[in-house]
Design a protein around this ligand. Structure first.
Ligand SMILES: [Zn+2]
Ligand SMILES: [Zn+2]
Length: 281
């Protein structure tokens, strides 16, 4: 039976995180909501990705730097969560998936990273799918408050990756790399998103949609957006409908905790309910 997967590993838990930003507490929110005991929802332990795979995206020098900073295991398990979600969704074992990550990825380019990022999970998952002959054409929708510069650089000139980035900068590159402004609040953003995103994805026809959901857009986080916890399931509904109409429901939602932990604990169960086809309000 196709269902919804949750990918997580306890190494992502970070009780020492600055400003109490801990995806582990987001995971606890899912557990407390009883969602892992519901039919059609399955938990998987995220395994670290292999070094060889990471080297398809990043330089050896950068990988050694990540190790030297003590960030290898959390980075490799975070990328592993996204790769495993791709695997099970592309194979049809799962309809869709929620991949939890303990560290960021979209500010990671081939030979650098900053802003709490180390290795680029999205690019690694796409590299994995292509290497295994499991897919070639992907849509990445990035709703973090910041520009996904590492991802944009790694997929520059790659016409088989649609990168929609809600950083507010505007512009982009060709037809497949787009930057758009966030709305001024939940209703405005949902309205824009509904107008802009499904049309771009339907035109592009990806094999899978990856949603890079940054929680720094929440009004209690450091980003400049003013979203509430209810905005995220509404965005998820739009992407799920789009995935159902374009790519047999194949949707992977990647969420890290770049907001206070209580935000993740409130938002993640709502997103998971949408993915699993349940009422989220
Ligand atoms: Zn950000
Ligand atoms: Zn952007």
């Amino acid at each position: 039976m196709q269902g919804t997967g949750v990918f997580y590993n306890e190494v992502m838990r970070n009780d020492r995180a600055p400003s109490d930003m801990d995806i582990g507490k987001g995971f606890d929110g899912i557990v407390r909501a009883g969602l892992l005991e519901t039919e059609g929802v399955k938990l998987f332990e995220a395994k670290p990705v292999a070094e060889d795979l990471v080297l398809r995206v990043h330089s050896r020098r950068w990988l050694e730097q990540v190790r030297a900073e003590g960030m290898w295991m959390v980075s490799a398990c975070s990328a592993g969560a996204v790769v495993m979600a791709f695997d099970k969704v592309l194979s049809g074992e799962l309809r869709n998936a929620l991949a939890l990550v303990g560290i960021g990825g979209h500010h990671a380019g081939r030979d650098y990273a900053y802003g709490g990022c180390y290795i680029n999970h999205e690019a690694i998952a796409v590299a994995w799918a292509r290497q295994e002959g499991r897919g070639r054409r992907f849509a990445i929708v990035d709703t973090d408050t910041h520009h996904g510069d590492g991802t944009r650089e790694l997929f520059s000139g790659d016409e088989d990756v649609l990168h929609i980035c809600y950083c507010g900068y505007g512009g982009g590159e060709g037809k497949t790399k787009v930057c758009l402004p966030h709305g001024s609040g939940d209703d405005d953003f949902v309205r824009r998103f509904r107008t802009e995103v499904p049309a771009l994805i339907e035109d592009f026809k990806p094999e899978l949609i990856l949603w890079f959901c940054g929680l720094d857009t929440h009004r209690d986080s450091y980003g400049t957006r003013r979203l509430t916890a209810d905005c995220y399931p509404r965005l998820c509904e739009i992407l799920k409908e789009t995935a159902e109409s374009v790519c047999r429901g194949r949707l992977v939602v990647r969420v890290g905790c770049n907001a206070p932990s209580y935000v993740a604990a409130e938002v993640l169960p709502k997103i998971l309910r949408v993915l699993a086809g349940r009422e989220w309000k």
